[in-house]
Design a protein around this ligand. Structure first.
Ligand code: ZN
Ligand code: ZN
Length: 409
């Protein structure tokens, strides 16, 4: 594998398909040390594409730990206002945001879970007012991922580091279609395919879906005037951008109060650097009334105690078992990849853009229509080769949507 050449293609994909950066637009780019080789190439491609300015924000993993270990209590109760103001100023001045992440699945494993939860709650509350720029499509944004040493080791624990890193790169390039001759073209085709499913589901406007698989028997009503999304989104300026690379999902908003039955996760969940595994939930009238987890029970419990909405679903997403990520045959230990290997649900906030006229609606209106509100949004996987999904139209007619884990049509 010629890593330099692949990195060029990856950077081009991020700028042209992920952000779809236009002339005279600004780019806010961020990443840690491991992200630098790709971030530099992205900067080059962004200026080539006519960026007015590329701002790079460095995020050091070790400094994140130092802050947790040494900060006084009040450090985690406050976000400096200038950080929020500068972010809003950039969004207002036509800057778009690209995150290069090099995750360490166990980075925060020695840090007190309560402190992390408190910190994240503070951060979420602080950025909530400016999240609307991204939520309503004023700001285009995208995430791409690169290996960190810890990530490579977690995915391939039996290989020496160098080999593990090379192998993870290969899997990332397969999952993101960078290994294909023309990744930009491959993504145009992929987006068109996702649009086909999305349009079908929107036209049917199902009342409810049922999910059946080992450990899962769940009925999920969809929110009133829910909207199916998938692949690229259009910004308010009319440019198609892809918020997650990779993405394989078609997703919408479940009705917060109309979910009943049991649900078993089919893959582990990496949460704040901690693993939750062998877990599942029981829902009654939308709320989690019981749950289990062989590993990471307390992490899951804390997650759901963030606020009332953290105990309700905010997303239902369909991903065929036969897709590039699933076909890599590995668990990436990272939600960006693993959620796109599998059908999933999210606990927490619904996306307003996964509701018709959602961007213009107030939170009260969205809540009225069944869209959940929370400060968190955390995906967990439920797909697999045995999953059967049936859609029920408003007049009761049944449509098989998934059979044996894949699209039934
Ligand atoms: Zn999703
Ligand atoms: Zn999600």
């Amino acid at each position: 594998m010629n890593l330099e050449k692949q990195l060029d293609k990856y950077a081009e994909l991020a700028v042209k398909v992920g952000i779809n950066l236009k002339e005279k637009e600004g780019l806010l780019l961020s990443g840690n040390e491991a992200a630098l080789p790709l971030a530099r190439k992205i900067m080059a491609k962004a200026y080539e594409a006519g960026a007015k300015h590329v701002e790079f924000q460095f995020r050091d993993d070790q400094m994140s730990i130092i802050r947790y270990l040494n900060g006084k209590e009040y450090v985690f109760e406050n976000v400096p206002q200038f950080k929020i103001d500068s972010l809003e100023a950039m969004y207002k001045e036509n800057y778009h945001q690209l995150f290069v992440m090099a995750p360490d699945p166990e980075l925060l494993k020695e840090i007190d879970g309560e402190l992390i939860a408190k910190d994240q709650k503070t951060q979420s509350l602080a950025v909530a007012p400016v999240m609307k720029y991204r939520m309503t499509g004023i700001t285009k944004w995208s995430i791409v991922a690169v290996p960190s040493d810890a990530w490579s080791k977690s995915v391939f624990p039996d290989l020496p580091l160098e080999e593990a890193t090379e192998k993870l790169w290969e899997k990332i390039f397969e999952a993101t279609r960078v290994d294909q001759e023309d990744p930009v073209k491959a993504w145009q085709d992929h987006n068109a395919n996702l649009r086909k499913y999305k349009d079908f589901l929107n036209e049917k406007d199902f009342e409810k879906l049922t999910f059946k698989a080992p450990g899962t028997d769940l009925e999920v009503h969809l929110a009133d005037r829910h909207y199916w999304m998938g692949g690229s989104k259009d910004s308010q300026a009319g440019d198609a951008y892809v918020a997650n690379i990779p993405t394989e999902e078609v997703f919408t908003t479940p009705h917060q109060l109309k979910v009943n039955g049991t649900l078993k996760a089919t893959k582990p969940l990496s949460l704040n650097g901690k693993l939750v595994d062998d877990f599942g939930f029981t829902f009654k009238d939308g709320k989690v009334v019981d749950f289990y987890a062989e590993k990471g029970y307390d992490v899951l419990e804390k997650l759901m105690s963030n606020d009332e909405g953290a105990k309700y679903l905010g997303e239902v997403a369909l991903v065929p078992d036969d897709s590039p990520i699933s076909n890599t045959g590995i668990l990436f230990n990272n939600t960006l990849f693993d959620e796109n290997a599998s059908c999933h649900f999210a606990l927490g906030r619904a996306y307003s853009y996964a509701m018709r006229d959602g961007s213009e609606a107030t939170q009260e209106e969205l809540t009225e229509r069944g869209a959940n509100y929370s400060l968190i949004h955390v995906d967990f996987m439920v797909g697999g080769p045995e999953l059967e999904i049936i859609g029920y139209e408003k007049d009761g007619r049944e449509v098989q949507i998934f059979t044996k884990g894949n699209w039934a049509f």
